[in-house]
Design a protein around this ligand. Structure first.
Ligand SMILES: C[S@@+](CC[C@H](N)C(=O)[O-])C[C@H]1O[C@@H](n2cnc3c(N)ncnc32)[C@H](O)[C@@H]1O
Length: 372
């Protein structure tokens, strides 16, 4: 096949020019030549070697190097790909060895073919599922298995996030890797609070899901001395217990030695508002996480008595808010704290970018000192 030989440093420029004019071949890749040049495969329809467009760069005949597939579409029927190019999925989500993809109605009948092509391209994927939307009380996704590498269709799988392992199950339990940056921020705030209080923290995460926030906090040596964590969804609770057991076993103190046992330590399948029914849980928490985005702000007043008094404590949570109501919701958070006579030391209510366009996904963080 005819190739255009160009200095390696100019490969991108010439590739772009050839692509823009539909002169390059999609079936062969660029070949590195021994003299430090690159050979770009071009079609017979491209201008002849003598054309001034080539700027004097020579043309060679080389055996074609088959292009290595780099996208699942490279394994998909090319006629169908061309016909449905607008509707075929451009993105997907991966949790462990499960790939989740939203399919437009027009291409849903090719679901298994699409899934097979994805399995061929992505060797670490075991199961491809179609995302049919959110269902039920715990707002988990309805997933339809499309193709499995080994015949198993369980969606329970293990992921690694920021260095720690977590069991997840996208068809039964909420988990979003898009919030992993928020967990890094939670860790940063916890480290600041730990430095301020000069001791490890008692953390409460009553809407913990599978426990990703606790993953971040428990993996930090000497940061956590106790935890109260739970979730109302029994499926989440099962994975939460597994994850906390694993995370607790790997804990170290600030010198890297095995630490004292967590105290308090409770993992429960419980409605968050019921943590207060045990008087032992009142006034014990340094850092309280509230992640039930459609209801977080309403739940704050019931949860505040878990926080310690006469010292700095931190409330950190997430809420989905109508754009027009941001100021009103900010007031609601502030008022639920001030009504207890607390001193607000720091207050932040900031948008987490990259979520819905119609509503705002907000993070609130309040440093406060509650009176006894
Ligand atoms: C948005 S998810 C957050 C999960 C987790 N914190 C995370 O970041 O992945 C909310 C979680 O709250 C749980 N949940 C819903 N209502 C609850 C309640 N009243 N009490 C405790 N947990 C609840 C759901 O099952 C879900 O796992």
């Amino acid at each position: 096949m005819r190739h255009l030989s160009v200095p390696s440093a100019q490969t991108q420029h010439w590739l772009e020019l050839c692509r823009a004019n539909h002169w390059n071949s999609n079936h062969a890749g660029v070949t590195r030549l021994e003299d430090g040049r690159s050979a770009i495969p071009i079609l017979d329809s491209a201008p002849p070697p003598s054309d001034l467009i080539w700027n004097g760069n020579p043309h060679l005949e080389l055996a074609t190097q088959p292009k290595r597939p780099s996208h699942w579409l490279d394994h998909f029927d090319s006629e169908l790909a061309a016909k449905h190019s607008e509707d075929l999925p451009r993105s997907y989500e991966i949790q462990g060895d499960v790939l989740i993809v939203k399919l437009e109605e027009t291409v849903s009948k090719y679901g298994e073919m699409i899934a097979d092509a994805m399995l061929t391209q992505l060797p670490s994927i075991r199961l491809v599922c179609a995302d049919l939307g959110v269902k039920g009380e715990y707002r988990v996704r309805e997933l339809q298995p499309l193709a499995s590498r080994d015949g198993t269709v369980t969606t329970r799988t293990r992921i690694k996030e920021n260095g720690y392992l977590l069991w997840v199950d996208p068809s039964n339990v909420y988990f979003s890797s898009r919030l992993s940056n928020e967990r890094i921020e939670t860790l940063a705030s916890a480290n600041h609070l730990r430095a301020h209080l000069e001791r490890p923290l008692v953390v409460c995460d009553p809407y913990a899901g599978v426990g990703p926030s606790m993953g971040a906090l428990l993996s930090e040596d000497g940061l956590v001395s106790g935890c109260l964590v739970g979730d109302l969804n029994p499926e989440a609770f099962e994975l939460l217990e597994l994850n906390l057991e694993h995370l607790s076993r790997r804990r170290k103190d600030s010198q890297g030695n095995p630490p004292s046992p967590l105290q308090p330590m409770e993992v429960a399948c419980r409605d968050a508002k019921q943590w207060l029914q045990n008087p032992q849980n009142l006034g014990v928490v340094d850092l309280l996480l509230v992640n039930l985005p459609h209801h977080s702000i309403d739940h704050i007043p019931t949860l505040l008595p878990l926080l310690k008094t006469n010292q700095t404590t931190v409330l950190r949570g997430w809420a989905i808010v109508d754009r027009a109501e941001i100021l009103e919701k900010e007031d609601d958070i502030r008022n639920s704290i001030l009504s207890l006579g607390a001193r607000v030391e720091k207050f932040a209510f900031t948008e987490v970018k990259g979520f819905s366009t119609t509503k705002s996904f907000m993070c609130f963080e309040v440093w406060m000192n509650l009176p006894a």
